[in-house]
Design a protein around this ligand. Structure first.
Ligand code: RIB
Length: 316
């Protein structure tokens, strides 16, 4: 109940997400086939697209439940989520190594990533059902493609009447095998956007991002489609409602988790009933801050930092 007497609907984000131990190597240039190179530095940190998105949404003030699996070596990931007020009651420890990522970061701050699923591949129908039993139809289900059982998660959440937000990253080998019509919101980059259109049976005549987005939105006017474009910002379209939010210029140190930070902040703002334009602006500011810092989890800013950044960049 709000102070003005109106009933406020509390929406949660249920993130069926991966948790990774990121092994980060700084290199001048990416290693080539047949080459051996020396890294200038090495560190391990928290990561995984699911983990990053939960952390980001929670920092933006959303009520987040993270569903997933870690091994004994990944207990620090649970602690970091707990410290940021993510509900980890459904997070399970299994007798497997935690998922991990090998990340090369070059002098321009770009990355190349190899992931190993490990404990992230322990989802099954009975676990999905137990998690969904904790939710109401008002909640959002968020998922990426670093876990198994993505089709089952999408389908079961949709059956329950929940809003399904899907970030198909890394792109599945055959996206068309997933129940894509059960997804309410897609968050993709330019390349993924083209693959998504193809998987939906659409055949964009050009690979240009505006065209791909129009084809998707014209054929699926009821779905929210967000296309992240790196330095060029982000495009949003739902039916005829369209926005282009330019990226905030910053000194790029490491682009790892920029998209995850965007996703978490965007969805948190939507959950709180904010306008799409405001959600895009806060999410863009959060990801701009994230790319100006090292690492995945550790680069995600607090909501205070995002507000201060926006005050500085967009004088009132
Ligand atoms: O999106 C960035 C993430 O991708 C990293 O944290 C790494 O774990 C991989 O999952």
């Amino acid at each position: 109940q709000q102070r003005d007497g109106r009933m406020e609907i509390i929406m949660k984000i249920i993130n069926f997400g991966s948790l990774n131990i990121d092994k980060i190597y700084h290199v001048k240039e990416f290693v080539m086939a047949g080459q051996t190179i020396k890294a200038s530095s090495y560190q391990t940190a928290s990561g995984g697209k699911g983990f990053n998105q939960s952390l980001s949404a929670a920092k933006a003030g959303a009520d987040v439940l993270h569903a997933g699996f870690i091994g004994q070596d990944g207990q620090f990931l649970k602690k970091e989520l707990e410290d940021s007020h993510v509900n980890v009651d459904m997070l399970e420890t299994v007798d497997l190594p935690t998922g991990h990522a090998i990340i090369e970061v070059n002098a321009e701050g770009q990355n190349r990533i190899i992931i190993h699923g490990g404990s992230n591949l322990c989802f099954d129908i009975s676990y999905i059902k137990r998690v969904l039993d904790q939710c109401t139809a008002n909640d959002f289900v968020l998922l990426q493609n670093e876990t198994n059982c993505t089709a089952e998660i999408i389908h079961s959440a949709h059956q329950k009447g929940m809003q399904v937000v899907f970030n198909p990253s890394p792109m599945p080998e055959d996206l068309s095998l997933l129940p894509l019509s059960d997804v309410d919101c897609f968050i993709v980059n330019e390349v993924e956007g083209f693959q998504l259109a193809e998987a939906l049976g659409l055949h964009p005549s050009e690979k240009e991002h505006d065209h791909i987005l129009s084809v998707l939105a014209e054929n699926y006017p009821e779905k929210d489609i967000i296309m992240t474009l790196g330095e060029e910002g982000v495009l949003y379209q739902k039916g005829s409602l369209k926005h282009h939010m330019k990226a905030f210029p910053v000194n790029v140190i490491d682009t790892t988790a920029a998209g995850d930070t965007f996703t978490g902040y965007f969805l948190a703002a939507v959950c709180k009933g904010k306008e799409i334009y405001t959600a895009l602006q806060e999410a863009s500011a959060a990801s701009a801050i994230a790319v100006s810092r090292m690492g995945a989890g550790p680069s995600i800013p607090s909501y205070c930092e995002v507000k201060a950044f926006l005050r500085e960049r967009i004088p009132q």
